[in-house]
Design a protein around this ligand. Structure first.
Ligand code: ATP
Length: 366
């Protein structure tokens, strides 16, 4: 088993496109690490460099203790699973899975019985044992992706690299496969690096997430750290649906305490957040509040607002409030709350869950 380490890795395409820039990453042995970020931020390029399918322009890549910059892909002891189910259409499922064991460069002297045992073992793990005799054309997309997974698992690599493996599946199957992949990762006991732009997928599967932006790391942390303590405004806005509300505020002194002030509300700052603001002499900031931290009441609260749009979501509803022409605030409220468009209600922000960001740099203040 192996850790994976990237030291100041860069990749430039042509003269000007820096797909990845001085990127550092350390993936622990057996960890499930997700590279998450918007389209074009360099996730796939990073994964392809780890796989050996791209050469870094600069920097070092280690798998285990071995520097692999000059090691060809087939000798890196990795398996890669792509978005498109790369399975051989002319081979039965059984032979697709057995291929790497029979013909792989690192063939470990497997007998026919060994191959048969491993094929059944991994087919059972991904639940396609009854499909071994079929051709890929006789399978659904989800089943074909399982075959690709089984084939990757069969060679028992040190590291699995996944490039958006679920994005061609329908929404329901994707959610089911997330759970299964997580289970398979635990069973396989290998290190996994998983690329996605789907934050829900990243949150539900990762031990840690590396959020990427423009070829660099924006934050590395557990799903909860990233969600509850985003290091900057970019990460805060990227993670969470509906996205975090962002409000420009001024900081005012008020009778010894501090207030966050906007044209729509004045709320007192308390505890750790007040201390951070005071310590840094912050005068202006961007206040981030997640929709589930905006409480809606019919009786009273921090400030009044009128319901603009109601979007039912089963047990919850998304309520939008148009605070002014350019500013819509969203709340994720219980579906039990009886509200309709045009109605006036009261809004309050969850005091322990306020996020404050520097207006210029976007870096977290509290
Ligand atoms: P997506 O989620 O859309 O796949 P990504 O985060 O995986 O995006 P990359 O595919 O790594 O992003 O691309 C990063 C940047 O490098 C992009 O600007 C892309 O256009 C550029 N790029 C990637 N491959 C090449 C290439 N072979 N030649 C030139 N530019 C490339």
């Amino acid at each position: 088993m192996a850790q994976v380490r990237l030291e100041k890795v860069s990749k430039r395409f042509g003269k000007r496109v820096w797909a990845v820039r001085e990127f550092d990453l350390r993936v622990a042995d057996r960890e499930f690490l997700v590279l998450l970020g918007p389209s074009g931020c360099g996730k796939t390029t990073t994964l392809r460099m780890i796989a050996g399918l791209e050469q870094p322009t600069a920097g070092l890549i280690y798998i285990g203790e071995r520097l692999v910059n000059l090691v060809p892909p087939r000798d890196r002891d990795i398996s890669m699973v792509f978005q498109s189910y790369a399975v051989w259409p002319h081979m039965k499922v059984y032979d697709n899975i057995a291929f790497g064991l029979r013909y792989g460069r690192r063939k470990k002297g497997f007998s026919k019985a060994d191959v048969d045992r491993v094929v059944h073992e991994v087919a059972r793990l991904v639940r396609i044992e009854e499909l071994l005799d079929r051709y890929p054309t006789q399978l659904s997309g989800g089943q074909r992706q399982r075959v690709a997974l089984a084939r990757a698992l069969a060679v028992k690599p040190q590291v699995f690299l996944y490039d958006e493996p679920l994005s061609n599946l329908d929404a329901k199957l994707r959610i089911q496969m997330r759970t299964e992949l997580k289970y398979i990762h635990e069973q396989a006991g290998a290190t996994s690096i998983y690329v996605t732009h789907d934050q829900a997928e990243a949150m539900s599967m990762a031990d840690r997430i590396m959020v990427m932006r423009q070829g660099q790391g924006a934050q590395l942390g557990s799903p909860n750290e990233i969600y509850f303590r985003p290091a900057n405004q970019f990460v805060a806005g990227f993670i969470g649906t509906p996205p975090m509300n962002m409000l420009e505020v001024e900081v005012e002194e008020d009778g010894g305490g501090l207030m966050l002030v906007s044209p729509h509300f004045r709320i007192p700052l308390e505890g750790e957040t007040a201390a951070a603001v005071k310590g840094r002499g912050v005068r202006q900031a961007v206040l981030g509040v997640r929709p589930e931290d905006v409480a809606v009441s019919l009786e009273g609260g921090d400030f009044p607002a009128r319901v603009f749009v109601v979007e039912p979501q089963g047990p919850q509803q998304i309520l939008s409030f148009k605070l002014d022409e350019a500013l819509i605030l969203k709340s994720l409220a219980s579906a039990d709350l009886p509200v309709s468009p045009g109605q006036q209600v009261w809004l309050s922000f969850h005091r322990d869950r306020l996020h404050l960001f520097d207006r210029d740099s976007g870096v977290r203040i509290n």
